[in-house]
Design a protein around this ligand. Structure first.
Ligand code: ADP
Ligand code: MG
Length: 256
């Protein structure tokens, strides 16, 4: 049965999509069956894994709002062993359209349950908000992976995020856990990076991954080619660190 990991932080540009795509690909390279679920209307995880707009007939919007079977939306990514449920700009209306609907918080969970036995890991790439779409992800997930950008105010907003986790634990998903906290876009040349590193470790303790994701230009180039970093430039620092992160995640699940 797949372990469902929601990659979330309501701040934009902190590395959620980069982490979802490249952790997913690295887990697939390790032999795991991976499904990457894009629930951001920007569709960056969709295009970043080589899914062409013209190939998308139904997307996650149809699953969440019209209850189309999830299996009908699944496409193959450019990375072997990783499938994708795509998102398109259509999803931007979903927050409002779901508001009056029955059991709206459970839509993603119910959909993922239908394919859970076909994958080892399901990675959900979240939008930069804490609305009903993210609540769906937290309700469906076993755990949450939080990327934190090594920048000023890195911890700002994390209180809100953790409050949302508590809310979902109370009402919809008692077993929801924190998978881990990941430092991203780290620049070792600055004191700031080190300060944020120690600040985040003081706050989250051993929930912070040993692996730190540095700034690496190859990571920012890969999405335009529709490729995971391990396919775009296997010898890059970016490929190395996301492979190391996947090892930590596998080890945490006793899944070497
Ligand atoms: P989010 O999904 O949280 O909005 P992204 O993963 O899309 O964040 O990252 C924001 C931008 O930063 C993207 O252009 C991405 O390519 C780039 N980026 C992400 N991680 C790195 C990194 N480690 N090094 C360099 N660029 C990165
Ligand atoms: Mg994103």
């Amino acid at each position: 049965m797949a372990h469902v990991i929601a990659v979330a932080n309501q701040k934009g540009g902190v590395g959620k999509t980069t982490t979802s795509v490249n952790l997913g690909a690295a887990l697939a390279t390790a032999g795991k069956r991976v499904l990457l679920v894009d629930i951001d209307a920007q569709g960056n995880a969709t295009s970043g894994t080589g899914i062409q707009k013209s190939a998308i007939e139904k997307d996650i919007y149809d699953v969440l709002v019209n209850e189309v079977p999830l299996a009908e939306t699944i496409l193959a990514s450019t990375h072997e062993g990783m499938d994708v449920v795509p998102a398109t700009i259509q999803l931007s209306g979903a927050e409002i359209e779901l508001a009056p609907q029955m059991a709206r918080e459970m839509r993603l969970k119910d959909a993922l349950d239908t394919v859970r036995d076909q994958y080892d890991y399901i990675i959900v790439d979240n939008p930069p908000s804490l609305g009903v779409i993210t609540i769906n992800a937290f309700t469906a997930a076993d755990s949450i992976l939080i990327p934190v950008q090594s920048e000023y105010y890195a911890l700002e907003g994390l209180g809100q995020l953790l409050n949302t986790v508590k809310l979902v634990q109370r009402h919809f998903n008692t077993d929801l856990k924190i998978e881990g906290v990941l430092l991203t876009m780290f620049d070792a040349r600055t004191n700031l990076g080190q300060e944020v590193n120690s600040e985040v470790r003081t706050y989250f303790g051993d929930q912070v991954y040993k692996t730190i994701i540095p700034r690496n230009v190859r990571l920012s180039e890969a999405p335009a080619h529709g490729l995971a970093i391990t396919d775009y430039d296997p010898s890059s620092r970016g490929a190395e660190v996301y492979t190391a992160l996947a090892k930590e995640v596998l080890a945490a699940h006793g899944d070497y």
